[in-house]
Design a protein around this ligand. Structure first.
Ligand code: S3P
Length: 165
């Protein structure tokens, strides 16, 4: 498959993928689609309710389906933090566009996620979040481009990405 002008933003929960995706789309004049928001609209349910009522396995199936059916030409796709855990998703993203990993230091992520009651996999259980982070790290690093967002403003991140693109 030939790569289209498609950018996939990946990274752990709380790394700022959705915020950066919106800002980058304005800067580059590209469309932006968030896979979580797309699933919520399609299912008419919050991610939290999908996890609670249908289970994580079903959510991962939705993620896989949505990734493949989204329009991609001239589009920035912001993905849920777990999109990379399925090898077929990683392969699909790498072959159909450019994958950018928004890396964020663990301490900052944790400070954002510990208080979070909206994400089903966040919350006060530090050990669980850390295990997830460790288990995904190498998958995120398979990206075409890695940017450390920890000490940067959204504007700085967008500028760096624009220079790379
Ligand atoms: C998840 C991350 C969430 C969302 C779901 C599962 C994960 O997206 O897809 O709660 O497994 O890391 P964000 O990374 O946008 O929070």
């Amino acid at each position: 498959m030939e790569k289209q002008r498609t950018i996939f933003l990946t990274g752990f929960m709380g790394a700022g993928k959705t915020t950066v995706g919106q800002a980058l789309s304005k800067e580059l004049g590209m469309n932006v689609i968030d896979t979580d928001q797309y699933i919520e609209q399609q299912q008419q349910k919050s991610i939290k309710d999908i996890f609670a009522e249908e289970g994580e396995g079903q959510f991962r199936r939705y993620e896989r389906e949505v990734l493949q059916l989204l329009p991609k030409e001239d589009t920035i796709i912001t993905t849920g933090g777990g999109m990379v855990i399925q090898s077929c998703n990683r392969e699909y993203m790498m072959t159909s566009g450019y994958v950018v990993y928004l890396h964020c230091d663990w301490e900052l992520l944790l400070s954002r996620l510990q208080q979070d009651t909206t994400r089903p996999l966040a919350g006060p259980d530090v050990h669980r979040i850390n295990e997830l982070y460790k288990s995904r790290h190498s998958f995120y690093e398979e990206a075409d481009y890695i940017i450390n967002t920890t000490d940067k403003t959204v504007e700085e991140i967008v500028q760096q990405l624009t220079e790379w693109i």
